[in-house]
Structure formats: C-alpha cells, structure tokens
Design a protein around this ligand. Structure first.
Ligand SMILES: *Cc1c(COP(=O)(O)O)cnc(C)c1O
Length: 409
C-alpha cells in the first residue's frame, strides 16, 4: 500500500540492498525490530534524538502535554518556551517562527529572502540538502556559473533555473555565480555539510560566503537543520563564530516530533504575515506536544552534555580509525562532535566531487556486516552517523568491536 514500503525514500535501503527492518521500540542507544533483534542505533531518527530513544524526561513531558490537549490552533505557552530556548542559543536569531519540517523551514527562509530583496535567484551548494522544495531539488547545469536543472521529475525547469548550484568549499565558483545576472536573493548553505557524508567547511569558508554574499546584496541562509543544537547549542554559528541572516532549524528542535524553525534578524522575520507581506502559515505549526518534546530535549543540552558528546564522538572516531588501519582497508573518518561519517575509498572529502568518488559498494557490504553484528547504521554512504547522549562507553566499544570484525571480514 505504501510506495516501496516507506514514507521517505532512504529508509528503503536501496543504497545498501536488502529489506529494511521494521522497528517497534527504542530506548537509549538501542532499537528493537519486529523480529525481536536488538540493535545499537546510530541513526537516532536521522538526528533529532540527541538524548537517545524514549528519554524519560521527554516521554513524561510529552505524556503530560497530551493529557492537556493535543493541539489548539492557537498560541500556547510552550511555543514561547521553545522560542526562548532557540533565541537564547543563537545570537543571530532575534525572532523565530515555528514550522513543522525542515523542508518548510528552508522554503519559508527563501520566501523571506526573496520578499526582502525583491530578487528571485538563489544560490545553493552542490551536495547540500535542504529538504524537498522544488526550488532546492536542483543540480548544477553545465558549467559553474550557469542555472540549475531539476534533480527530480515534477520540478519545472522554470523553477530550477532560478537556482544556481556552486561547489562546496569553492569560493571561486561562488564568486562567479554571484556575478551573473539576475542578482541573487540569497545564498543557502549547510554550514557543516552532512548530507553528502559529514564534510567540514574549510577554514574561513563561511566567513567569506557571508562577506561575498553581502557584497552582492544577497542574504545568507544557514541550514542548521542537522548542525543546530548538535555540534554546539548555538550550532555551527557558535562553533565557528559566524552569524547568518536567516537560520533554519529542525530535527533536534522537535526532539523526535515534528517541529522545525526559521529564525533570524527581527526586520526579516517581521516580513512574515500577518505583520508583513510574506505569507506563511501552518495548521500544526507550533503544536504543543511537539514543542514540548523539543523544549525538553534542549533542556538536557548543557555544557556537560556537549563535552560528553565530543568525548564519545572522538572515541568512536579513534576506534574506527584504528580498525581501518588494522584491517588495511582504504577508508577515512570525518567528524565534528557527535556527527561523523566513515568514507570508503577516499582519504578526505571536501566537496561533492570527492563524495561521488567514494566506494559505495564497499559501504553497502560494511552496512550489511554491521547490522549482522547488531549495529544499525544509516543505510547510505552519504549520511551522517548520529551519536547520542545515551551512547555510553560500553556502546561505543561495542560499535568499534563490530566495525573491527566487519572491516576484517
Ligand atoms: C533533514 C534536513 C532537511 C529537511 O528536513 P525535513 O524535516 O526532512 O523536511 C533540511 N536540511 C537539512 C540540512 C537536513 O538535514
């Protein structure tokens, strides 16, 4: 009844082969499938579960919220509490509107940027994912300084040509694109790319993106749907000491339930209806149960939590690198905090061209060997692995032992 049996394509395991497990329960670092197998989970719902599965504080708060009513379509106090947590964490966010998915956040951010500048073209980076909006499901045309072409059937060429695609960590390609006509409304970027595997911004890259875009009269949208509250409370902006005009959040801000956010300068957010001319709305926006899950999750993220996440992430990286050396396998690990990817067949990945050179067959074999050994990895070479606060030393050791055995095999 459900196309490919899934409600989001990567869940179908097409990139690794085999049939996806149906999961029935999760607790801490573990999930259980419908056949009763226990797995250590490094998917963690694709990022939201930084506190692990079914954290007792989150479950308790969500249960209490549900008893008071599941939604009202009217302002509720918990929306203010979540907004306060977001504004408090991100100095660049003066105001924030809560939406339901990351896709909706990037769509709204682009509409604000277009409304603010009166321009239509946007620039994105190759290999960055910003949800499945028509305007952002776009790949590079021929040559760097050209207009994008649809990356999906059903996206009109007349929409994708309003999006230009440039190379990550390549400022010359950005310069060239900024210079062509029509002038761009916005440059949208994952400040830490995590949808072509984890790819870090080169030193100075983000600062220069901001400078070049602003010189061209364009706004800068940071898509921190993954990195926000993940790499630091204030996301990549805190880690690298930079400030975007508009920031998209998702995943962790909903704590596993559907909440996302677009925030930024007050003058830009005040363009939104009903104060301003940029329309945006949502029946379930700011849903009180979902906002409660986000608020409770963020409450757990103090300085100690990030120290712990860094230590566990580093231990996993070191263990994996040691296993790679021992097995004599051609692979490398890229990490920031609790976010990492093991790439096969390359020494380093700086952009989409490097990512496209990885050995996806080797990854598929590794994935299958890992799940046989009780470890649930994201089912694609191009995804980030998510370590949570529930992944203790013992779980990290078990993952490393499984990797040692899998890489050996
Ligand atoms: C997941 C993701 C999105 C899309 O969020 P959805 O909630 O899946 O619509 C957007 N941007 C980035 C960087 C993401 O990782």
């Amino acid at each position: 009844m459900i196309p490919a049996g899934v409600n989001s394509p990567v869940r179908a395991w097409r990139a690794v082969g085999g049939d996806p497990r149906f999961l029935v329960r999760g607790r801490g670092a573990f999930v259980w499938d419908a056949d009763g197998n226990e797995l250590i989970d490094l998917v963690c719902a694709w990022g939201p579960l930084i506190a692990g599965h079914a954290h007792p504080d989150v479950v308790q708060a969500v249960t209490n919220a549900a008893k008071r009513g599941t939604g009202f379509g009217a302002p509720t106090p918990v929306e203010i509490e979540l907004a306060e947590a977001i504004v408090g964490a991100f100095p660049s966010i003066e105001k924030v509107r809560l939406v339901t998915s990351g896709t909706e956040a990037t769509m709204t951010a682009m509409r604000i940027a277009r409304g603010a500048t009166g321009r239509s073209r946007v620039i994105k980076f190759n290999g960055c994912y910003h949800g499945h909006n028509d305007s952002l499901l776009v790949k590079a045309g021929s040559g760097a300084a050209t207009f994008g072409v649809p990356d999906s059937a059903g996206v009109p060429g007349s929409i994708s040509e309003l999006t230009s695609v440039v190379e990550y960590n390549d400022l010359d390609s950005l310069r060239a694109s900024l210079a062509i006509d029509p002038p761009p409304a916005a440059v949208i970027v994952e400040p830490i790319a995590a949808n072509m595997g984890v790819v870090l911004p080169a030193p100075g890259f983000l600062e220069t993106v901001l400078e070049l875009a602003h010189d061209a009269g364009a706004l800068v949208i940071f898509d921190e749907v993954i990195s926000g509250f993940r790499v630091a409370r204030g996301g990549a902006q805190e880690l690298y000491g930079v400030k975007a005009d508009l920031t998209c959040l998702g995943k962790i801000v909903g704590g596993g339930l559907p909440v996302a956010a677009v925030g930024g300068r007050a003058d830009l957010l005040d363009l939104l209806a009903p104060m301003g001319p940029v329309y945006q709305a949502g029946t379930l926006s700011g849903n009180p149960i979902a906002c409660t899950a986000g608020r409770e999750t963020i409450r757990l993220l103090d300085a100690t939590a990030y120290q712990l996440l860094e230590r566990r992430g580093a231990a996993l990286q070191e263990g994996l690198e040691d296993a790679i050396r021992n097995a004599g396998v051609d692979a490398s690990v890229q990490r920031v905090g609790s976010l990492l990817t093991l790439f096969f067949g390359v020494e380093a990945v700086h952009d989409f061209t490097d990512a496209a050179r990885t050995d996806t067959d080797a990854f598929a074999s590794f994935f299958r060997a890992m799940i046989e050994r009780g470890v649930n990895l994201p089912p694609s070479q191009y995804e980030a692995w998510f370590v949570s606060l529930a992944h203790g030393d013992a779980e990290i050791e078990r993952i490393v032992a499984a990797a040692r055995s899998a890489l050996g095999a």
